[in-house]
Design a protein around this ligand. Sequence first.
Ligand code: ZN
Length: 303
Amino acid sequence: MKRRSVLKSIGSIGSLLLAPSISFASIATERRPVLRIAHLTDVHLKNYSDAPQRFAKCLHHVQQQSPKIELILNGGDIVYDMNKEQLNTINEQWKLTHSIMKQECSIPVQYCLGNHDIWWNENNKGQTIYGKQYSMEQLQLPKPYYSFLKSGWKFIILDSVHLDIDHTWYIGKLGDEQFTWLKNELKDTPAGTPILVMSHIPILTATLMIEDDIVNKWEMLGGDMHTDTAKIITLFYQYPNVKLCLSGHIHLRDKVVYNNITYICNGAVSGAWWNGNKRETAAGYGLIDLYADGHFEEQYINY
Ligand SMILES: [Zn+2]
């Protein structure tokens, strides 16, 4: 009976023969990623220790991947360091960044600001480009946090770095205005749209527990991981379409899964600031395939 009804519904032997290949094709489509991206973080670029040549090598490596990478996410600490630096030093680092990106990279890039892309503690604070403004102008970012849609995924880029309560150093947090924005972003995203979040400072990481000579307790700095982790995680828990959170900052590679969200701290393009490995993590970048149903495959690539 079943077979007869199948034949009846399909209508002819010809279409019955076609049926298996159609279903294989749809399975193959589902198995193909909708987007392949590279996550490059902590490049810390300046004319030092062959960093420009090595960064160019990394960009070539990214562009030689097959299937092709269609988008680069730069996770911040784009330039070597702007903290307390003179304007001419800062200008040189950005000039070098622009010239390498123009000459060596043809893939579009979306940027996130890191703590070293901010001009803290400079003597003359009168400049309008002080703080985050300088880097935002270089990157043509109207705001330090933003979102965009690509290939059916929503990308949320966060601004992790804020002055601490003493205004003497930075800590990882969103602040009230950005947190409200994030809440609305998640609320306004259809439940079927998977979400990838990128921040410079990790929202959640286990790398900070890898310390030598622990006696009784671990000590974590507010600048090393988001201090509003619990608040962000509680918010994310309401949105099962938040799938993946990428970060950098620690220059170590780890992957933590909590409440079905994967938090990846993706090493560093510069390794230990262009001086070899940081602990066991060598210089590298993240290669991520995103699928329409919200799952992903990822690996850390030593270029
Ligand atoms: Zn950093």
